[in-house]
Design a protein around this ligand. Structure first.
Ligand SMILES: Cc1ncc(C[n+]2csc(CCOP(=O)(O)OP(=O)(O)O)c2C)c(N)n1
Ligand SMILES: [Mg+2]
Length: 348
């Protein structure tokens, strides 16, 4: 696996062919990090349109507002590292290097998608990039990352595995079990809690006893609270935790305080829910990570990168929408690993 600058269009592979291995996104400069923030933001904004127009069915959980977490954490990773994502996972997989064309094709259920159109938004994966998958089960990425870290450690690799999860996972037993195993076995895992203040409509303040970092501390895992609207603050904290884990120092935990500017899910737009005040949303929008990152590279450079991203996304959409839907006759394909024998008594 190589690391190259983002922005390359996916090669048009013939139907059924395995596309070439994509490159882990290089996020090693402020310009590249800004570009990725913009790519995720614009991808999600276009995603909202495509849900509205019915091109993406089933809806999405928009990541808009939280981009600094995905970009800051992925900037701290190396080519062999892995990540387990969440139901709000587009930012994570894009920041890792999944081509927007293949993610969009996946969201639209097309064969050119990362999962051949069979997974959709909440299952986007690419094992060649170490993306172990988005995940519709709250907290379920944590044991997957722990398992990956354990396997890599046993194989003699120095890879680190990241588990992203929201504040809603803080009360899931599986997260606590994962923290325990990671600490007991000194596994190279970085637990990243994206605390956006709400689990669907439930405010974290009314649901989470104690604190996120307190849970990590209970297992002896070093934990830090980070401004999740500041890409550079997230990156610095993630680099420190990743370096420690890679050197055999065991797991780390970051609580990134962030906010989603959109609803929990695109369905929410039609539901007229009132669980956040307009003032609260406006106050967090003031802390948007994009203008901050743009200021660091200068307005002119940021505008040039915005134009580059717009062109990349237009090409991505063209690729995704030209890609066919899977043949319904193959609906049962890939459900079982090949070579498995049928269970006794089951007629093949
Ligand atoms: C185990 C489990 N319980 C409940 C749900 C339903 N559900 C989907 S998203 C969500 C809220 C998750 O909140 P959080 O973890 O804070 O992530 P956020 O949506 O804020 O990114 C819930 C309860 C689920 N998918 N899985
Ligand atoms: Mg949340």
């Amino acid at each position: 696996m190589t690391t190259t600058a983002p922005g390359t269009a996916p090669a048009a592979a013939p139907a059924g062919a395995v596309p070439p291995a994509p490159a882990v996104a290089a996020l090693d400069t402020p310009e590249r990090r800004y570009r990725m923030l913009r790519l995720i933001r614009s991808f999600e904004e276009r995603g909202l349109d495509l849900v509205k127009s019915g091109v993406i069915t089933g809806g999405i959980h928009p990541y808009i507002g939280q981009e600094a977490v995905a970009v800051g954490v992925c900037a701290a990773l190396g080519a062999r590292d892995r990540l387990a994502s969440t139901h709000r996972g587009h930012g994570h997989v894009l920041a890792r290097g999944l081509e927007p064309a293949r993610l969009l094709a996946e969201l639209a259920g097309r064969t050119g998608g990362s999962n051949r159109g069979r997974g959709g938004s909440m299952h986007a994966a690419d094992l060649r990039l170490g993306i172990l998958g988005a995940n519709g089960i709250v907290g379920a990425g944590a044991p997957i990352a722990v398992g990956a870290a354990w396997a890599d450690l046993r194989a003699g690799s120095d890879a680190v595995a990241v588990a992203f999860f929201g504040d809603g996972a803080l009360n899931q037993g599986v997260l606590l079990e994962s923290l325990n195993l990671a600490a007991m076995w000194r596994l190279p895992v970085l637990f990243v809690c994206e605390n956006n203040g709400y689990a669907t409509t439930l405010p974290a303040g009314t649901a989470v006893a104690g604190s996120a970092t307190g849970r990590a501390a209970a297992f002896g895992i070093p934990a830090a609270e980070v401004d999740g609207m500041d890409t550079e603050a997230v990156r610095t904290a993630a680099e420190e935790a990743v370096a420690r884990a890679r050197a055999g120092g065991g797991p780390g935990f970051l609580e990134c305080r962030t906010y989603r500017f959109e609803g929990h899910h695109t369905m929410e737009r039609r539901m007229k829910l009132h669980y956040r005040t307009p003032e609260e949303v406006a106050a967090w929008r003031e802390r948007d990570p994009l203008p901050r990152a743009a200021a660091a590279i200068g307005a002119e450079r940021a505008a040039a990168l915005d134009a580059e991203v717009a062109a990349e996304l237009a090409a991505a959409e063209e690729f995704a929408l030209a890609s066919p839907h899977p043949d319904p006759a193959g609906a049962a394909d890939h459900l079982y690993a090949s070579g498995l024998r049928p269970r006794a008594g089951v007629v093949a």
